[in-house]
Ligand binder design. Sequence first.
Ligand code: UDP
Length: 353
Amino acid sequence: MQRILTIIGARPQFIKASVVSRTIKKTDGIEEIMLHTGQHFDANMSDIFFNQLGIPKPDIQLDIHGGNHGVMTGRMLAEIEQGILEYKPDRVLVYGDTNSTLAGALAAAKLHVPVAHVEAGLRSFNMRMPEEINRILTDQISDMLFCPTDTAVRNLDKEGFASKPVNVLQVGDVMQDAALFFAQRAVAPRDFIVNRNFVLGTLHRAENTDDPERLTAIISALNHVHQSVAPVVLPLHPRTRAAIDKAGLSLEVNVIDPVGYFEMVWLLNHCSLVLTDSGGVQKEAFFFGKACITMRDQTEWVELISAGANHLVGANQEEIIAHSSTHFGRAIEDHQHLYGGGNAAERIVEHLV
Ligand code: UDP
């Protein structure tokens, strides 16, 4: 029996791990131990995903959040090490690009436990993003690199991975598995009252929330889009709420609390445009045939830009408004093949076994 220790801690990781975890459960010869670092801990950022998506209750529940990156990552490293020593996994499985990802990979590699990285090879080429640092270092110490796209494989090739004794595997994107699987469970958020075509917004990247100038421009643009294009529905990340309060800004759109995945899938399915700085939401817009405007200067999902489905506007107020107006209601052609078609989890588990 092969024992996998899965490390998760943040919202997108719960969604990604849910589909792999479900596949592991159906597969002989492999068992999963779940470790939740506690990086996201609010009920609507964590518990709701475990309940809705059927993720097994964590075998190890840490309570590590807040503080600077060094403190958070360091504490995780120490406690994940204990978990690895206790459960003696054959392999550690990490997802994406958060501090939980890097701490999990590093703790394992130092104990000579092989690491598998889901979402390997993604690059924004912006080393000021904490996510970029986390993903580059995690890839370096993984021996099974599950890439979601051809671009991700090419990025690793350019970094010399083709000549290393590791497995670089293009398996497709687990986010597509999740979007397809859970679309049937979509449900409107409680008390949802917008009865016109609307824009779905999300905003949480540190590069936007922690830079007062960018944050001010984005909030002002969202207010403008809400007034002049269509109602903006914004499930607000707790960190963004705190940053907006701190900067004394006023958000005049339909702000709602962060929603569960079933509600998010409903919003994606019913909106007429997506305005986001999220990684995952850029692709989900595409899976649901919606145009996406991305409030970042780079994206890891470059194939969506080439396909004309996604447009980068940075934190430029005029561009956010102009692109929102141009692309509102525009349907996106079907390019579902770009992300593997929805069986990434099965391919990952086959390789793990
Ligand atoms: N999401 C959600 N509820 C929300 C906002 C986002 O379920 O209120 C989902 C979203 O659909 C996507 C994931 O959370 O699957 C993305 O997480 P996030 O934007 O926090 O992180 P990123 O993808 O940028 O790493």
